[in-house]
Design a protein around this ligand. Structure first.
Ligand code: F6P
Length: 546
């Protein structure tokens, strides 16, 4: 069973939502709170260690009911079942989409082309575990007999962003291994990493599903050349491992067959951190913690598959986001984590969301006549407050935001934690309530300002408020809670793709630039000129003149 191919705008729910929107688009959330004493409890989901408050949104019970109808009318339930059971829902690449199978228990059966994939996944996990333990205990050593101290992950896109984000997010749980990531084809990236490592004690993981990606191969060969300037050819097999769906190509690079960790075509790159792509995670935090990450994600999978839609976290967050994207025509969504450990979280989400849902052709091959994927951006609070929050509070754009916070400080500094969380809570409060003229006048009067002084600054000190936010409050940042959170966003992406009637799991949009860069590269190397538009030709001339 493939995914349904329903233009969402043709559903009754969509038309009802349009009509409903025309009535409530200017509603003040503060009025909604004033009218309904139970609103904060009604628009709240408490699940395991997650507290999801979505009451600070421009929604009413009727909005939610209509959005839930939309989910029903685009056959979301069937789509979920289709994804989890291994159907070919990535039709444009003729593949199943089974990243959730990577975190399923060994007792499950999931068939791809009639074959149960779970035993093979379990075997790869055992290999990851054995390899991790051997590296961490020093059983596996470098070419001079020293234990490994550093790991370099060489990959890009999904083969970099997921593991990179998790390693950074779970730095608190890290062991003695120092992990580095090289992704950019910019040679300065790799040379900065080389400065920090010792060839005798560094393990290199080349991660590439296809093993054809220009950036990754170019970095892998540069690293190998550098390595060979310190070691012999035989040493390569001790220091290089690969993760790929094309193991044979990896072997040609000099990697031993049993050091090639497989992945499969039913795992999309940006959803692959749960596979052997997460080897650097396992090496950084230990296999047990890696498994806890997977366990958390699996718990979210079960919640997503089984909870009623009105209490289903990914469903609710996806629907609210559709509400802003398609009815309010909000262009972007901010994600603001209140933990410095999440410095890379939004960067990771940008690929997951925008490579998946940045599409303008629907599942019938027709151009869409509505908005699809939102622009995702953000950085950790409180730094973000001193960077771009001005625009959130007083700018002209409507930017719905997810605020993600953790109740416990990992290092236990309660003063800092109280400061952090008071900011986390205050910001959503401020975005909701704003500050009225009356409040500004009273405040300035108390400060002893004259009537004239008040009149001059008054318009600039008013905050309109009514800015929507979701609060995702989690007890503690652990491998398990991070697994749940990532899986939550993965499912949100899927739901939105289903609603927008697009294929979320291909990424043809990244191909054109790659192809053209090959022509340009040829011209640069040969000092020749193909037929370019005048602007491109001039830029190339400027480069070649140097
Ligand atoms: O950016 C395009 C893309 O194909 C991503 O989807 C993928 O994660 C990345 O390139 C890397 O691909 P590979 O793992 O095959 O090197």
């Amino acid at each position: 069973m493939s995914l349904p191919k329903i233009n969402p705008t043709t559903t009754k729910a969509w038309q009802d939502l349009l009509e409903h929107f025309s009535r409530i688009q200017n509603v003040k959330m503060t009025d909604l709170f004033a009218k309904d004493a139970n609103r904060a409890n009604m628009f709240l989901i408490e699940w395991e260690d997650f507290y999801i408050d979505f009451s600070k949104n421009r929604i009413t019970e009727e909005t939610l009911a209509l959005l839930l109808k939309l989910a029903e009318q685009v056959n979301l339930k069937e789509a979920i079942a289709s994804q989890f059971s291994g159907n070919i829902i990535n039709e444009t690449e003729n593949r199943a989409v089974l990243h959730a199978a990577l975190r399923a228990p060994e007792t499950e059966t999931i068939l791809v082309n009639g074959e149960n994939i779970i035993p093979e996944i379990a075997q790869v996990k055992r290999n990851i575990k054995t390899f991790t333990n051997q590296v961490l205990t020093g059983k596996l050593m470098g070419f001079t007999g020293k234990a490994f101290t550093d790991v370099v992950n060489i990959g890009i896109g999904g083969s970099d962003l997921g593991p990179n984000m998790v390693v950074e997010s779970l730095k608190y749980y890290k062991n003695h291994i120092n992990t580095h990531f090289v992704s950019n084809v910019d040679g300065d990236h790799i040379h900065e990493v080389i400065k920090k490592i010792n060839p005798e004690t560094t393990l290199f993981i080349i991660v590439s599903k296809t093993f054809t990606t220009q950036e990754t191969l170019s970095n892998a060969y540069t690293i190998k050349k550098w390595f060979l300037s310190h070691a012999s050819e035989e040493a390569v097999s001790k220091h290089f491992v690969a993760v790929s769906a094309h193991g044979k190509i990896a072997e040609k690079f000099g990697i031993l067959p049993d050091r090639v960790f497989p992945m499969w075509d039913w795992v999309g790159g940006r959803f692959s951190l749960w596979s052997a792509v997460g080897l650097s995670i396992s090496l950084s935090i230990g296999y047990d913690n890696f498994e806890k990450l997977l366990k958390g994600a699996h718990k979210m999978d079960i919640h997503f598959k089984t909870a009623d839609f009105d209490k289903n976290i990914p469903v609710i967050l996806a629907l609210i986001s559709v509400w802003y994207n398609n009815f309010f025509e909000a262009e972007s969504e901010a994600v603001i984590p209140y933990t410095q450990y999440f410095d890379r979280f939004t960067t990771y989400l940008q690929q997951a969301v925008m490579e998946s849902n940045g599409k303008s052709t629907d599942r019938n091959g027709e151009p869409v006549n509505y908005q699809t994927g939102s622009i995702i951006w953000g950085r950790p609070g409180t730094n973000a407050q001193h960077a771009f929050f001005q625009l959130l509070h007083q700018g002209t754009k409507l930017i719905p935001a997810d605020f993600i916070g953790f109740g416990e400080s990992l290092h236990g500094n309660q003063d800092h934690q109280d400061n952090l969380i008071s900011n986390f809570i205050a910001q959503t409060e401020a975005l909701l309530n704003g500050k009225s003229k009356k409040e500004v006048i009273e405040e300035l009067k108390l400060k002893g300002k004259t009537v004239e002084e008040i009149k001059t600054v008054l318009p600039f000190k008013v905050f309109e408020g009514n800015k929507p936010t979701n609060t995702i409050f989690i007890k503690k940042l652990t491998p398990e809670s991070l697994g749940k959170l990532i899986a939550l966003y993965e499912h949100k992406i899927f739901i939105q793709g289903v609603i927008w009637n697009i294929f979320s799991y291909d990424q043809f949009g990244v191909e054109l630039g790659k192809e053209l860069s090959q022509n340009i590269l040829q011209d640069i190397k040969n000092n020749t000129f193909s037929n370019y538009d005048p602007s491109t030709a001039n830029i190339l001339k400027f480069y070649l003149k140097k």
